[in-house]
Design a protein around this ligand. Structure first.
Ligand SMILES: Nc1ncnc2c1ncn2[C@@H]1O[C@H](COP(=O)(O)OP(=O)(O)OP(=O)(O)O)[C@@H](O)[C@H]1O
Ligand SMILES: [Mg+2]
Length: 267
């Protein structure tokens, strides 16, 4: 009996409840929830990719990835780990992080840049904040250099305005026109801002075959003198690379600003 009264009460109350949630209030409630969702970034970032998603990159996770996925390349591993994790954990870097990876074809330059991107953005190379340019694909015609320059600069500017922690990867740098490299150079320097945009949190990764022969020569010298490949130090490669990159007419402009990073030939 008690049960049926309760049931009747519910049935009678139901229309009241339905009337209480009339369209306007329902609309307002939904708008409220939506505003809260959008204005509370951490909540929003649970469902969508965010620029600030990983303000603190996990050094351990990056190290684990490099150790487990990348074969050899002890110099590149060490420098990338320190440079990337140090840069991301610095709340106020004075200039963007610029990495220059050199080596023969198939030594893992693109592979490493993918690992870096994935450790900063879950989407990796597919992230809206990671931009890959391939010199021969995106800038093929020398006659269009002026147009490419304008497009590239406004692309960099637009994307860094939208997300300070943008990543730009330039592949085949040794085949890139020197004029285009000049167009990138201002963004790599110690400017608080350029025309109101700060580039200090951005990351630029340059990939090239420039210097590959010299890297092999150094590796061969070590092998001939009976030394372990792991004994090769960054300074052994730096000199070799700066000489050969300087001799490459496209790359030498970058030497002024790029914090050179060596990825030795697949040892
Ligand atoms: N050191 C490495 N450790 C593990 N896998 C590697 C390594 N180097 C290359 N690979 C494998 O070979 C593939 C091709 O390498 P990758 O595209 O990174 O070469 P690259 O250095 O960019 O060459 P290129 O100068 O021709 O562009 C990678 O996707 C990866 O699977
Ligand atoms: Mg490549």
């Amino acid at each position: 009996m008690k049960l049926s009264w309760a049931a009747l009460g519910l049935v009678l109350l139901a229309p009241l409840a339905v009337r209480a949630v009339e369209p306007i209030s329902l609309g307002l409630a939904l708008a409220g929830v939506l505003t809260g969702y959008i204005s509370y970034p951490r909540l929003y970032c649970l469902f969508a990719e965010c620029c600030s998603q990983k303000q603190s990159l996990s050094r351990d996770a990056l190290q684990k990835d490099l150790d487990s996925k990348l074969f050899g390349q002890h110099l590149a591993k060490k420098v990338i780990l320190n440079a990337v994790s140090g840069f991301i954990s610095n709340p106020k870097p004075k200039k963007p992080l610029t990495l220059s990876l050199h080596g023969w074809t198939g030594t893992g330059k693109n592979f490493v840049s993918k690992i870096i991107a994935e450790n900063i953005y879950e989407g990796g190379l597919n992230s809206d904040y990671v931009h890959l340019f391939v010199a021969t694909l995106h800038f093929p015609h020398v006659s269009n250099i002026t147009l490419y320059k304008d497009q590239l600069q406004s692309w960099i500017r637009g994307n860094v305005s939208a997300c300070a922690r943008s990543i730009f990867i330039f592949d085949e740098m040794d085949k890139m026109h020197a004029g285009l490299i000049d167009a990138i150079k201002p963004y790599l320097d110690y400017y608080d801002n350029l025309d109101g945009v700060s580039y200090q949190k951005a990351i630029f990764v340059f990939l090239s075959n420039a210097g590959a022969e010299r890297i092999t020569d150094v590796a061969l010298d070590f092998w001939r003198s009976g030394k372990q490949r792991e004994e090769i130090k960054l300074r052994d490669m730096e000199h070799a690379l700066s000489v050969s990159a300087f001799n490459n007419k496209n790359m030498h402009g970058l030497l002024i600003t790029v914090t050179s990073l060596v990825a030795e030939h697949g040892l």
